[in-house]
Design a protein around this ligand. Structure first.
Ligand code: ADP
Ligand code: MG
Length: 138
């Protein structure tokens, strides 16, 4: 069983569609083995998105991700990282595959509903950023 980190972003929590997102994840076979709602500070998001600190969108994404509650989750299943990325769709909802979460629910390239780890290595780091071992129930 592989694990990946997922975040349901503020735009989706504000629109009350966390259940719809979870339904998509469960439909593709991912199991939610940890989940909690958090209101992140900008400093916490800056640390989480540090890899993007030189990008033009860094300040904006950090403001946005701290603008309202998020739901952070650990998803488990065979090839969880890749299966989740496919269910999410491309970063820009306009380019995302029909039937993907971002295509169906995304508002813009920034307000694109979900975050998902992009590799196993990053999944391990990102899960450890938000969860301790006893919070993950497999
Ligand atoms: P992904 O979330 O698909 O892995 P990235 O890691 O490249 O995408 O970017 C992280 C997040 O930053 C995206 O999900 C999106 O919310 C935001 N973002 C990415 N590119 C842009 C952009 N060009 N303009 C505004 N926001 C962006
Ligand atoms: Mg990314």
């Amino acid at each position: 069983m592989e694990k990946t980190l997922s975040i349901i972003k503020p735009d989706a929590v504000a629109r009350n569609i966390t259940g719809k997102v979870n339904d998509r994840l469960e439909t593709v076979g991912l199991k939610i083995v940890a989940q909690k709602k958090l209101l992140l500070t900008k400093a916490q998001v800056e640390k989480f998105y540090e890899i993007h600190k030189d990008k033009a969108f860094y300040d904006s994404i950090c403001e946005y991700m701290s603008s309202g509650p998020v739901v952070v989750q650990v998803l488990a299943g065979p090839d969880a990282v890749e299966v989740n990325r496919k269910a999410m769709g491309a970063t820009n909802p306009a380019n995302a595959e029909v039937g993907s979460i971002r295509r169906d629910f995304g508002e813009s390239i920034e307000r694109n509903v979900v975050h998902g780890s992009d590799s196993n290595e990053n999944a391990v780091k990102e899960i450890a950023f938000f969860f301790s071992g006893i919070e993950i129930i497999e």
